[in-house]
Design a protein around this ligand. Structure first.
Ligand code: 5GP
Length: 281
């Protein structure tokens, strides 16, 4: 008899908990840049399974932004974003983990010089913070997304320009803000909407189930998932034991979609501290 096989129900439970802990630790590791292919003899992470388009809701993210600077779109006054903006296009594994920082290809702003206008508008940073780069130091929001996630998108997306162009194209094709508006889910600082209604509106439009993340009952992020050919697919991927544990999303049954109250208006820079451009938080 195999000594490693569970013999009773309680053994089985213990076994499942151990498997779960190991897979969660695996996820943390891959998500925290340990699966690096730096050309230093470290094995390349295996090819990803699907893409997750992560969108952020400025009405929820911006009020948590405590500083203003020229790169923070929350501080654009009446030009601040009022639709879901792009967080990133993330290659993920079906087991709920993901590869990160897959090559040493560092971000080069010149490569995307022809995309800057749409990127500023639809993929802006919503904070002044500089996210950490894969190999130390701090970088721009776009640099972080390319180095952490974009470099793992091969063989579907092979270079920086195509990573940003592809992401913009997918974002335009699957316009979540428009779908929600048409279903009556409009930005509001007083309404609460059924989470199930929001999910159904997107399912009806795109024929796939999204996932959402909330902060204090307000939608903070919304994720659309795609096969490698960019056909929509469901986002839920957890194994059975994990799904029991993760079935409680960070969103309550009724959620809000706050309207953005502009920070650091051009004529009222006292509302929130403005930082010089070169100041790193
Ligand atoms: P947060 O802690 O804000 O949920 O996630 C922090 C960072 O972890 C994100 O900006 C993103 O880089 C990464 N991350 C979080 N969830 C996922 C996921 O499901 N897939 C991938 N690929 N990255 C994720």
């Amino acid at each position: 008899m195999n000594p490693f096989l569970p013999k009773s129900k309680s053994d089985l439970l213990l076994w499942q908990v151990l498997v779960f802990i190991i897979s969660v630790l695996g996820g943390l590791c891959s998500g925290s840049s340990l699966e690096i292919n730096g050309g230093d003899g470290v094995a390349a992470p295996r090819e990803f399974d699907y893409f997750k388009l992560a969108l952020q809701w400025p009405g929820t993210v911006c009020p948590r932004s405590r500083h203003c600077c020229s790169s923070n779109a929350c501080c654009r006054g009446s030009n601040a974003p009022t639709e879901f903006t792009i967080h990133g296009l993330w290659p993920d594994y079906n087991d709920g983990t993901w590869p990160a920082c897959c090559t040493r290809s560092s971000f080069d702003r010149k490569e995307i010089s022809t995309l800057l206008d749409p990127l500023e508008k639809y993929w802006p940073s919503l904070s002044c913070g500089s996210p950490s780069k894969c190999y130390g130091g701090k970088g721009s929001f776009w640099g972080h997304e390319w180095e952490k996630h974009g470099t793992c998108s091969s063989p579907v997306v092979r270079d920086e320009y195509n990573y940003f162009l592809t992401t913009l194209n997918v974002y335009f094709k699957y316009n979540v803000t428009r779908v929600l508006n048409e279903a009556g889910y409009v930005p509001s600082n007083s309404e609460k909407y059924p989470l199930g209604g929001i999910v159904s509106a997107i399912e009806n439009a795109f024929h796939a189930t999204p996932s959402l993340a909330c902060s204090n009952g307000a939608v903070k992020e919304l994720y659309l998932c795609f096969n490698k050919d960019f056909k929509p697919r469901d986002c839920a991927v957890r194994s059975s034991l994990q799904s029991e544990i993760f079935s409680q999303s960070s969103c309550p049954t009724y959620v809000s979609l706050p309207a953005h109250v502009s920070l650091g208006l051009e004529d009222d820079r006292t509302a929130v501290a403005w930082l010089p451009d070169n100041e790193i938080l």
